[in-house]
Every structure is written in C-alpha cells, then in structure tokens.
Write a new protein. Structure first.
Lengths: 256, 256, 256, 256
C-alpha cells in the first residue's frame, strides 16, 4: 500500500507530554511501526514512562514545555540521540489543579495563565522547534518533510461554561495550529489539530478500564487512546495531495 | 492491527455516482480489500465503469439518485446481488451543465433546483435507504453496523461568489450529513462528511494526469483520488470509540 | 444619529412569508419608520395580514415563493405598486406538515423536497429578483443599494437528529446567503443571514403570549419578534464600512 | 422606541484600551448617549485621551490590563468615581512591536507570550472583574444587568500564516468570550465577541483619514470606528430575549 511507503531513514517520533493515555498509546504504536520514539514530560520518572523505555526502548526526556529554553534543549537532545524528528505530537492538556469547574468570577488568574502557558504557549514552542528542524528534512515518499500533531479538546470547538481558562487555552492552541498549518503545509510540513470530544479511557494492566474523568460510567463513551494513536499514524502517512488539518474524534454515544 | 479486524461476513460497498475519479479509486481499493463492490450511475455504460466490472468484478447499477423510487430499487438490487451494504459512499457533485460560474442574477432557477436535487436530495435518499438496511446489521469487530460517507466540496465550508446553487447544494448536503450523524451514530452507524478542498486529478491509462477543472496547472495542487479512497477506507475501519464525522482533505499547496 | 440618514426616496420593504411573528413585527416597525411595506404569502387573506393592511397600509401579495414565475411576478407587482425595493426579508421556515421530528428512516422524501423548495430554493429565487432590482438602485446615505435578509434557524448552525430535512433546508439557505453576500456586497448590496436560535413568541391582542412551539413554558426563553425586527432594521441601516453578514439571536436562557 | 428604555440610573461605561480608533469612537458615542465614561490605558496621558477628558468628561485610568491586581484596582476606582459599570468594552489588540509578519520559526517566544497576555489574558481579567460587579446590578428595562464586549480580529475566525502569536491570542479571546457568554448570559449579563474583519480607519482633526495599517489605499475598505461603536451600543441595548453573541463586521469590499 503506497501509504506505508517510507523514505530510507526511519521515522523519529517525539511525543511531548507523557501519561498513560494518548502518549503511551502513541509510543507503543509508533515503536511497533519501527520508529525511534522519544517522550518528554515534566516528570519522566513516572512508572508508566519507565515501562515504555523498558519495553519499547522509548527514550525519556525531562522538559517543562512552557519554557522556551527547555524546549530548545529538548529538540537538541532528540536530534543527538535519535535523529531529526519527522513526527512530533504535542499532547499536553494544560489544565492545572484548581482550575476545573470554576466560574469566571471564582477562577484564579494565576492558574488560568498557567493553563494557557502549559497548553497553547507550549504548543507554540514545540511547533516552532519542530518546524525549524523539519523544514531541513528531505521529503519522504508521501512528499512530507514531517508531521506536527496537536491533541486538543472539545473546548477548542465550543467554550463551555465554568471552564473559561480551558476554553481560552484550547482555542489558542487551535489558533497556533491553524496559522502553522497555513504557513508550513506549503513548505511540506503537515500540521494537524485533533480535538478529542470525549473523556479518554484506557485499559490498565489488570484489564480494568481507567479514565481521566471520574463518574464516566458508560464504557463505550470513552475514547480509546490506542485508536487515537492509529489516527495520528494515518495523519502522518497521508500523502501531501490530501492532507487533513482538523479531525475531531468522538465516541459513537457522545452528544454533540 | 486491530483496525483491520473484520466481522465474518465480507463487506459490501455501494458507491453512488460513477466516474474516473473518486468512485473508480474507491471501487479499486475496496475490491482489493476483499469487499464486494457495487457502483451506481445514471449511465453505467460508461467505459470507465465497464472496465471496473471487467477488472474487479464490480457490479454496475443504473440509478437516477434524485428519484426516491429508483434509489429504493437500487438498494433492493444490491441486497439481492451482493448482500446488505456495510459501506455506502455518496459521490455525486450534482452540478449540471450551465450552472458553473453564474452570478446570482443570471443563474437559471431550474438548473439550480436540479443541482440541489442531484446533490443534497439524492444524499438524503441514499442515506435513508442505507440507514434502513444498516440498522439491522450486526456490529462488526469495530462496533459498527455500517459506514455512510458523503463526498463534499469546499463550498460546504464557504459559499463562494458566482456559485450560489452549488453552495446551496453542498451546505444542504452537510446539513443532512450532520443530522444523520447525530441520529445514527448512537445507533452504531458511522456517518462522515468529507469536503475535498481542491480540484481532483487522476492518472489516465497513458500515464498523464487528468482533472475535472481545466487550467489547473500545478500537479501537486490536485487531490489524488486514490488517496481520498484510502481516507474513506480508514473512516470505515475506525472503531466506534473514536469516530470522525468531518474530514476536510486538501493538497499541501491549496490556499484556504 | 448618522445611522438614520436616509436617501431622499422612501425605503420600500418587501417581506416574503407572512405570519403573526417576525413578518408582522417587521411590517409594523418598517411602516413606523416611514417605509412603504409589501408582504407576500401563499395565503394573503389570513386575518393577521388583513389587519396589517388596515392598520399600516401594508400591501398584500399572493405568492408561492418556490415558483420562479410567481416570484418574478411578485417583484414586478411590488415595483409597480410601491417602487423598487430597498429592503427584502425572506422569512419562510419551509417546514411542512408531517416533517417534524421524523427520523431519517421514516421521513417522507416528498415532504423533505418540499421543505427544501419552500425554504432554500425560494430564498434563491427571492434573492435573485431582489439583486436584479437593487443593483440598479442609487446608493443611499450609508452607501447601500439595498439589503436582503434571510431569517434562518439554529439548524443552520447544527444539524439536529430527527430533523434531517430541516437541517438540509436551513444549511442550504445559509449556503445561498453566503454566496450572495460574497458576490453582492462588493456591488453595494448588503446580504445577511439571521439564525434565530429559539422558539419565537409574540403578544396576542388579548395580551397573552403565543408561540410557534407548544410546550415552551419559560416565557423568557422565547425570542420576541419585535426585537428581531429591530435587529433587521439595524442591519438595514449599517454603513457599508461595517456590514455584518451573520447574526445569531438567542434568548438569554437558551442552551447552546 | 423600546430599545432606548433605560433604567433610572445612568449607564456607566468602561473602555479598556485607549487609542484614536474604536476606543475614542465608543467614548464619544457613549457620552453623547448620557453615559458616564471611563477609559483605561497603559499610558492615559496620550493626547487623544486627554482630549476625550476635556471634551466629554471621560475619566482616564492608568492600567496594565494584563496585571490581575491592576485590573482589580481599576474596577474599584471606576466604582468609586463613576458607579458600577453596566457596559465594559475590552478593546486591546495585544500585538507588540516585533510580532508582525513573523514566520513561526522566527517569532520571538517572549513577544508571543506578551501578545497572549495583553490580549486574551487581559480579556479574562477584565471580564472577571466586570462579571463580579455586574451580577449584583439590577436588570435594566431590557432585562440586562450589564454588557461585556470584546473587540476581536479576523484572526479569531482563521489563523493566518506569519501571525501565529496573533492567531493564538485572538482565538484565545474568542474562547474566553464564549465560555463567559454561556455562563453569564443565563445570569443576565450580555457577553459579545466582535471580530472586525478589516483594517480600521478614522478621520483625523484635519479631515484626512488615518488607519492602523499602512498601505491600505482603498478608503472604503477601512472599517469606520464610529460605526463599530454604534454596533456596540446596539448590542448593549438588545433585549435579553434576542441577544447576539458574535457579530463580525467587515467593509463591503473586503474579501472573506
């Protein structure tokens, strides 16, 4: 299948943001596909990331993605250790403790600003470093120099009440993604924004299902991060004659 | 790969609208994947469709998709010949001779109404028959009873000047697709709307590139229908935990 | 206030679609502002329209707005009786008996097509005739040759389940409105699409409140058609340096 | 006209961001309508603001609107000097020197973050203080406790190339506006987001036209801030049965 065509060099995938959901699923899938995988997190010593290193050989990096110098160092380390990245996933939600379900009159400004920095501003920084490196890549068999994917949330599509800071952060992330897409796609770099319109659930080692939001009882109403990772891989392998910029993923039972 | 899981019965794909672009690419790819393929067109005797029959065993059907009775008969014939459809692609642009680049004051009302009937109303009819059959299907390994895909155009996203009838038809098609998606997805039927934001080009037997719009000179600015068909297949194989409703495909060089 | 500047000739307003809600409110407000008012309906003998004639001098016209010849005759009659229109409001919802709350598998195709014709296709016809006349108008003090306003519904923004035909019709209407706006605004004709995201209620002669949807109990959750008419007047009086194309109106208590 | 109904107390309008365009036009119009007007800027000693004070009695305030404590103090001062605000306009574009027309690979991260803080984060802060005060207001004759208007730009609708930071900031501002609208409108506070899809021009004392973007030669393709102010006044006076959240204003000749 032409889609699977690869240039001679192996893909180097960098996942920024590390947890047991989408980031872990991406690391597993990308490694299975023969990519060299790096994963960056504030705290890369989490057990879940250690296991990815042990089982997949994924390289772990410490990075506060809202710090310009730290993001620059991260990409330098990745180039040195794994090679120039061809696939970068920004998978940081950005919400901090204390920001959830706060009305506009109660929300703490400092936490709101942190959410904005963790999410959109770090997307700007990660996208910037990725673009600087990728524009020097040779196009692969699908005509792409690289792929930059931003995980986003339903608040990117609609600002809900009691979550102003998150709406601000998600739509800011859409804004930087759109601008980068219009600027970089004609330069051969595929940029995608993927709002996940659902809570995300994953299967734990003991076979039970875990998810980020408590109280979500209908199992089928949780997006499966392994499936999200498959979509990311498909986006990475799209030929440049037919690139998708935005893909909203939601479970069949989700109201929208 | 779990995505390729198939239920025991083979997929039956019906493509409504038949030409050398997306419909032919879909027929080829779906047949390669082991599906039984039917293709319906006003004039199924076109050479391009005859060849699909000869090379792939695709079954050809005559159908004016804007005629309720004809669409009902089409689906009855497909069930009889191939089995209950699990994948239906509505691939009718709807534009008629004389409607192109007409200002609102010059556009012929009868042609405008025909465009609307050929495009959106036939999408309604095809979607209706597909839904009636699919809701009786058993869910496949990805939890889906079937997939209904509407090919659409950039006018679905933005009504351009000098093409009022087409804007009306494309946005009507988005409307019926959205309503069907919100209604049928919780019933296990995946509905997708795929605006192609580009002229579509394809490789002819002599190796040269053909396309629907004259004067499109940059080869890379034509969407490749083989790649569009791949996206349709991926949509069909998405697990119901992560369904995409709308995917806009555009070439890397397209302005948007 | 400069906004009220008027050219020397009086405005001629034509309202297509006639009922006790928005159409009546527009007729009253426009007449109060000194405009000559025409109102067209399938059945212009309804008591509510007779009263508008008696109290405001509004001229009544019989017109099936989905019939090209009838719409052409309507505009000829208006020019003859009142003068060239400078403000045209298309206020036809288009839904027919039997189309409400029907699933896609049950909806009657003929009724769906009628809804599409009554709504979007009649908007095309009315917009076409309005544009033909208005482009010959002299610009008024706000630089406008005329204003064409399409009343629309929330289904223009989102296709809801169990109302596929209406979603199709409303989004088709948005499509023709968008195309006309991009084409006609640079020619000096202001085109606007106004989705009302609410049930509409009005005060009856006995002082009680009537509304189109039964069972809507919260009075404040009904859009007041007198206020909608005020927005239409403001749109008509906007200077061409700052035209709004789409205004969504919804009551404060509406969920969206 | 019912729209002009006012509660017994005079409106108190606070304009955050002060320049010769929209802010000055708002100050003039609001003062003409009998409102008490405050205007806050980083540098309130600009001549244009001094003149507003002299001619209209507008009160000037010093405020860095990206500083939580400064914004809190601003509202306290306004309450003390003018009374509780009923109309607050956030009119800060946020772009800083050095951010214009920068590709993603060249953009300075610190300037990008400043743009985000000046624009979206200050909108959060101003909206928060406005909401805290307004929710204690008595509803006026139109059922509103107050109106909060965010001036925005076309980048709120579409992220353009070479302006990633601005796209991020504008869409973030839309996000906070949307969340506030869904949260506060059911509490009686009208929230509106007004993207101006144009360069803005204004008439100088010598009668010539000035504008923010150099090289914009077609006079009619500049939005007139006096007209924008009229729209803001109309939004403030809308009855709560028919509130508009988003109004995009663009000149007749603008491409979109």
């Amino acid at each position: 299948m032409t889609q699977s065509d690869q240039s001679s060099l192996p893909d180097v995938a960098l996942i920024v943001g590390g947890g047991p959901g989408i980031s872990s699923s991406c690391a597993r899938l990308f490694a299975q596909q023969g990519m060299r995988v790096g994963i960056a997190a504030r705290n890369p010593d989490k057990e879940v990331l250690q296991r990815l290193e042990q089982t997949l050989g994924a390289r772990r990096y410490t990075c506060d993605a809202s710090d310009p110098a730290a993001v620059e160092r991260l990409f330098q380390s990745v180039v040195r250790d794994l090679g120039r990245p061809t696939l970068v996933v920004h998978n940081i939600d950005g919400r901090v403790e204390g920001i959830f379900r706060k009305g506009i009159t109660e929300a703490d400004p400092e936490l709101a600003l942190n959410t904005l920095k963790n999410s959109a501003f770090s997307a700007f920084l990660v996208g910037q470093q990725a673009a600087r490196l990728m524009r020097e890549n040779k196009p692969n068999a699908n005509g792409a120099k690289g792929t930059i994917i931003f995980t986003n949330a339903s608040a990117a599509l609609k600002g809900f009440p009691l979550s102003g800071a998150f709406a601000m952060a998600c739509q800011a992330k859409s804004g930087i993604a759109q601008s980068m897409a219009r600027e970089l796609m004609p330069q051969g770099i595929h940029v995608a924004n993927v709002p996940i319109d659902a809570a995300i659930g994953w299967t734990q080692e003991d076979g039970t299902r875990a998810h980020r939001l408590a109280g979500t009882s209908v199992d089928d109403n949780l997006a499966d991060p392994d499936r999200i990772a498959e979509t990311y891989l498909q986006l990475h392998r799209q030929h440049r004659s037919t690139w998708a910029f935005e893909v909203v993923l939601r479970p069949w039972l989700e109201k929208w």
